[in-house]
Write a protein that binds this ligand. Structure first.
Ligand code: SAM
Length: 299
């Protein structure tokens, strides 16, 4: 999260920097929790944060699970393809969630004990080809679900980002076979112009005759083939976050205390990022530009 004019337009973006979160996504998790309270359960011990970089969801987990109490037996594991700067009380793993070895590494960190909660905010790099992007996103959700099925304890919860494309009802019906409650939730901090939403799946209860086991030679489809249906199911929809919270699509100019114009301070400076990216792809380009060696191809 860098420094830009978005500071003035996107209140969640600025609020994240003020409150020390590495990304505005933190408010999506907080608003989901306001409605579903999955982070308020005092018996919550082991949590997996999939696709976690730069780490704002892990920061929320760390604050919720550890602030104000010395909870030695609690454990948070955060996984991402990218390196993550350290976060208090969080063990970070640089790994691919679609690789079977990642499951083993998570289970090792939990001492082979099951997790209470798996959350995933995974998003692949978009190509701009909508069908392809939707397909790859769906594959990522299925990989997160596969991992969750192998690591969750009975009655555990799974929260994952989805895009409400054409085939979303199939995903809902598959989730409904594995969890007693499945809701599609849209936090107010998620732009209403985006298809993004979150499936909140509670009460993990896999079919009695199915034992989830990761086999590296099997595809995700083969893993689920004996337990998931092909029919459709409609999940209830819920908007999350109170009506007083900021609308992520609105432009605030006069009523918000964090808005420079509202506070009468037109020169209120843009805030620095909470955490600089560890190895951003633009690093090389900046270096070349400083050295005057960045040339642009002209057709
Ligand atoms: N929840 C994060 C936060 O609050 O800071 C933001 C997550 S960001 C929207 C999506 C992340 O998914 C990216 O960091 C990307 O590297 C990660 N990702 C995509 N595919 C992945 C994969 N196969 N394995 C692990 N991470 C993956």
């Amino acid at each position: 999260m860098g420094k830009s004019s978005k500071d003035k337009r996107d209140l969640y973006y600025r609020k994240a920097k003020e409150e020390g979160y590495r990304a505005r996504s933190a408010y999506k998790l907080l608003q989901l929790n306001d409605n579903f309270h999955f982070l308020d359960d005092p018996s919550l011990k082991r949590v997996v944060d999939l696709c976690a970089a730069p780490g704002s969801w892990s920061q929320v987990l760390s604050r919720k699970l550890f602030e104000g109490s010395d909870q030695q037996d609690r454990r948070i594991v955060a996984v991402d393809l990218q390196t993550m700067s350290p976060i208090d009380h969080v063990t970070t793993l640089q790994a691919d969630i679609t690789h079977p070895r990642t499951l083993q590494r998570i289970l090792q960190l939990f001492g082979d004990e099951p997790a209470d909660l798996v959350i995933s905010d995974g998003a692949p790099d978009v190509t701009g080809l909508h069908d392809l992007d939707e397909y790859v996103q769906q594959q990522l959700v299925m990989s997160a679900l596969q991992l969750a099925c192998c690591v969750l304890k009975p009655k555990g919860s799974f929260i994952a980002k989805v895009f409400r494309g054409r085939d979303i009802d199939l995903l809902y019906s598959q989730l409904a076979c594995l969890f007693t409650h499945v809701t599609c939730a849209k936090p107010r901090s998620s732009r209403s112009t985006s298809l993004e939403a979150f499936v909140v799946c509670q009460g993990y209860q896999p079919p009695a005759d199915w034992t989830p086991k990761l086999d590296p030679s099997q595809s995700v489809q083969q893993f689920f083939q004996h337990c998931l249906p092909n029919g459709k199911h409609i999940a209830p929809f819920m908007a999350c976050g109170s009506l007083e919270s900021f609308d992520s699509d609105a432009t605030y100019t006069s009523t918000c205390s964090t808005d420079p114009i509202a506070t009468g301070d037109k020169h209120k400076p843009s805030l620095n990022p909470v955490q600089q990216p560890t190895n951003p792809p633009y690093k090389q380009a900046l270096l070349l530009k400083r050295q005057g060696r960045l040339s642009r191809h002209v057709r």
